[in-house]
Design a binder for this molecule. Structure first.
Ligand code: AKG
Ligand code: FE2
Length: 322
């Protein structure tokens, strides 16, 4: 039997459900979310706004010599990728996400969808994924549940395609309806706790051809992975996290004091406080590993930007934005 992880093969799989017709039906939205663990909407984000965001990616890629200047298809020039900033660090440094979510049409969509003001978690990935050379590996990059690495922050993931992303370009696949169970990550394999190959049944995987204007919003426990890019173009997308502003939002801010027992923060929105760190705290280092309590002062310093979620004065999650 062929499995989804066969080298180089993206198996046929069902399409994502499209939820445009229930956008203003709270009960139906809620039911779809509970059933599927995601919403996928076609052509709901203002394509001019998405185009401006894509333009920032294209400018950066052409400055790096990776595409021809102004090539909207983002065809890879073949230039050596040795120094390529795979996480588009220059865009991250400029907080490129901020003007995008502040676009009135984008803000209106999310306000309508959430029936609340959106609260953006600055955990953002700017993905400019070049074609892969090595086709001997599975096309699934790394199956994971974001919630496993972010316990305590009830956000949803917004995955936003900036170009057409078909099966060759790869994009994102997710496991429908598998957000309810226990984590699939293998607790016996620290520090990354990978999801075992057979943990997601092959029939649960979903994909589609994504286009600018579409958005995929996933439950934080929905298993998903990027798919290796077999095209001749860059795959451009941005993913960012959102929740309703009236929910239990984490503090986004700077550390003002830190020891292995306690951390104090000053939030951007004026909230501040000191919180206890204990064995139940998930302190996440920059590479996703859980940092042991006694190493926390080595990884986090006064002035660092962090996301802090707490319950009853104890930190549930402390992490850098990325
Ligand atoms: O775009 C990808 O390659 C993976 C996206 C992802 O893991 C996420 O949006 O949480
Ligand atoms: Fe993810």
């Amino acid at each position: 039997m062929s499995t989804v992880l066969e080298a180089g093969v993206l198996p046929a799989m069902q399409e994502l459900h499209v939820s445009n017709d229930i956008l203003d039906d709270r009960a139906a939205l809620q039911a779809a979310w509970e059933r599927d663990g995601y919403w996928f909407f076609r052509n709901v984000l203002d394509t001019d706004a998405v185009g401006r965001l894509r333009g920032v990616f294209l400018d950066e890629l052409s400055q790096l010599g990776m595409i021809a200047p102004g090539d909207p298809a983002a065809r890879y020039s073949g230039k050596n990728l040795g120094d390529f900033p795979f996480r588009m660090e220059p865009l991250a440094a400029r907080k490129t996400w901020k003007p995008f979510v502040a676009e009135p049409a984008v803000d209106r969509f999310f306000t309508r969808l959430l029936a609340d003001e959106p609260f953006w978690i600055p955990t953002v990935e700017y993905r400019a994924t070049p074609p892969v050379q090595d086709r001997s590996r599975s096309r699934f990059d790394y199956v994971h549940q974001d919630g496993f690495y972010n316990a305590g922050i009830p956000f949803a993931i917004c995955w936003i395609p900036l170009v057409e992303i078909d099966a060759d370009v790869g994009g994102l696949v997710l496991a429908e309806g598998l957000h309810k169970g226990p984590y699939l990550h293998d607790l016996s394999q620290p520090p990354l706790f990978p999801v075992p190959d057979n943990a997601v049944p092959a029939h649960a995987w979903r994909r589609t051809t994504y286009r600018p204007g579409d958005v995929l919003i996933m439950h934080l426990n929905t298993p998903h992975t990027g798919v290796a890019n077999y095209s001749d173009r860059f795959r451009l997308s941005m993913d960012i996290r959102v929740m309703g502003a009236s929910g239990d939002t984490p503090i986004i801010g700077e550390i003002t004091a830190i020891s292995q027992h306690e951390v104090a923060v000053q939030g951007e929105d004026g909230r501040s406080g000191a919180f206890t760190l204990d064995e139940s705290t998930y302190c996440r280092g920059i590479d996703g590993r859980k940092v042991p309590l006694d190493e926390i002062p080595l990884h986090f310093h006064v002035g660092d930007e962090v996301i802090l979620a707490s319950r009853d004065g104890r930190v549930t999650v402390l992490r850098p934005p990325h």
